[in-house]
Write a new protein. Structure first.
Length: 197
């Protein structure tokens, strides 16, 4: 499996992202110094794609596959792409507050600790649907790890399209998100322009 070993804060600086978007409460004191070169149109489009890939933790080939799926659906391709990325199981676990970061959510799913509609799912890229119930396995609910996670994520706002029950470590997908409900600082139209060349 390909792993990006670039430090998170360094990558956030280069992409112009706040670490809080990824769930990190760290702050970088360094400033990114770019030489006076103007960024080309292609450079802007590429940066938006890299931002989206970095936020959701998706590599190039799966990201392109998501784009192709978004293109086939009705509606605007850019919005469809973000909705697909947002409905990944690892992202939903992060949004419900059962993980501090999306990377941790991915690990939790990979370690067979999540049930979707009562069935064990260990694929982080599993796409949830409206009406799905997601919960942590019964034998893991009392673990110290989840108590620590809930302390850290207690102040996090759960999006409108999800319903969380932190006491029982479970949640429900009320509906798939709309573009207005996705608070990711990405201009999806630039990604569409990049891929449509």
């Amino acid at each position: 499996m390909a792993i990006n070993r670039t430090p998170v804060l360094k990558r956030c600086r280069s992409l112009g992202l706040e670490p809080q978007v990824l769930g990190y409460d760290k702050k970088s004191r360094r400033q990114l110094v770019r030489s006076g070169r103007k960024v080309s149109e292609y450079g802007l489009q590429l940066r938006e794609k890299q931002k989206a890939k970095f936020i959701y933790g998706v590599l190039e080939k799966p990201f392109h596959n998501y784009y192709e799926r978004a293109e086939q659906k009705k509606g605007m391709t850019g919005e469809n792409l973000l909705i697909l990325l947002e409905s990944r199981l690892d992202n939903v676990i992060f949004r419900l507050g059962f993980a501090r970061t999306r990377k941790e959510a991915r690990q939790i799913v990979g370690h067979r600790q999540i049930l979707v509609n009562g069935k064990n799912v260990q694929i982080p890229s599993y796409l949830v649907k409206a009406g799905d119930t997601i919960e942590v396995r019964e034998n893991k609910k009392d673990s110290v790890r989840y108590k620590e996670i809930l302390e850290v994520t207690a102040g996090r706002i759960v999006p409108e399209w999800l319903e969380a029950d932190p006491e029982n470590l479970s949640g429900t997908v009320k509906a798939l998100p709309t573009r207005e409900e996705i608070d990711v600082p990405v201009d999806e139209m630039l990604i569409v322009e990049l891929y449509s060349k």
